[in-house]
Write a protein that binds this ligand. Structure first.
Ligand code: BMA
Length: 315
């Protein structure tokens, strides 16, 4: 397709990919992938999902000044399943991180795997050393969740992805206190026949832009040789985030490089963390590669918004 205006492709892979892999880990790990991302004290923090050699996951912090190189990785698991918490029995997975503006701490929404299936739990931290568990927010089966950095008319908002009768659409829900959730609405549904026909799920947390909340999501299509996980974009209204202003027809990143076909689940590009470097105008997108390692792709925010504004409105 001919594209005018924004640079194409929008996202460029960092040539040093993968930026994190199991071989770099200070302790035995099968896979390191699907990280949440945040900035703290001039450093990029990745809270990485680490799968151990039993097949259970926990979360470990990796820090870097430039967000690309010289990662310093905690020598032990940073946030591990609490043996006393039944909802965490089979591990912690796929964290998303936002800084809550009013509270000045970070909200980590992660998948806790109970023996009844995956659900979304919340932990809070100021420093990525000490964590306060708030606990489960929604029951199974639910994943791919993030809060927004601010409240809307006094209510927190949560994007999440329940599985209901086999359907896997993105939903939004609201809460006055982070504990009681309601006013549930479908936000971004799957599109039968399209590249995102089988499942969609939030990727990185919502990012505030001049045109609305930027949503980076994953879309899944089933093929004869398994599923393909690709990356799409949407824009939500700034004040009424249940309104989808734009949704990309096309995917903007998908498994193409040999290293994206190599790992435990080949053909997966799974966005989970993003940092917008306002001084550079560049969005850093961190994504899980093939359920095995971590990749980085970058795009100019101006190009992303130009592209999205050229896309159809609504979801
Ligand atoms: C999803 C999640 C992700 C994983 C992806 C591809 O359901 O479990 O953690 O990366 O599948 O296997």
């Amino acid at each position: 397709m001919q594209m005018n205006g924004p640079q194409y492709p929008l996202f460029r892979r960092y040539p040093g990919n993968p930026i994190l892999s199991p071989e770099m880990w200070p302790y035995r790990a099968n896979a390191v992938f699907n990280p949440g991302a945040a900035r703290l004290d001039g450093q990029t923090i990745l809270l990485v999902r680490v799968e151990d050699m039993r097949g259970f996951s926990h979360l470990t912090v990796a820090r870097s000044a430039d967000g690309k190189t010289d990662w310093r990785i905690d020598p032990n698991p940073t946030l591990a399943p609490d043996p006393g918490v039944r909802e965490e029995r089979w591990g912690l997975e796929d964290p998303r991180i936002v800084r809550l503006e009013e509270r000045e701490d970070y909200a980590i929404t992660y998948v806790s795997f109970s023996s009844s299936g995956p659900l979304v739990s919340l932990a809070l931290t100021e420093d990525f050393v000490n964590f306060t568990r708030v606990g489960p927010l929604v029951p199974p089966e639910d994943k791919d969740a993030s809060l927004f950095p601010r409240r809307f008319s006094g209510r927190y908002a949560l994007i999440h992805r329940p599985i209901i009768r086999g359907e896997a659409d993105i939903w939004i829900s609201f809460s006055p206190d982070l504990v009681h959730w309601g006013d549930h609405r479908v936000l971004i549904p799957t599109r039968p026949g399209w590249w995102d026909s089988h499942r969609v799920g939030l990727g990185a947390p919502p990012i505030r832009t001049s045109e609305g909340w930027l949503i980076i999501y994953h879309g899944v299509r089933m093929t004869a040789s398994g599923s393909i996980y690709r990356v799409g974009l949407a824009l939500l209204d700034l004040e009424e985030p249940w309104r989808v202003r734009r949704r990309s027809d096309e995917w903007v990143l998908g498994p193409r490089k040999p290293y994206e076909q190599l790992g435990d689940v080949p053909g997966v590009t799974f966005p989970s963390g993003a940092i917008f470097a306002e001084d550079e105008g560049i969005l850093y997108l961190y994504y899980g590669i093939a359920d095995t390692s971590v990749g980085l792709a970058t795009a100019r925010m101006e190009d992303i918004l130009d592209y999205l504004l050229s896309q159809p409105s609504g979801a």
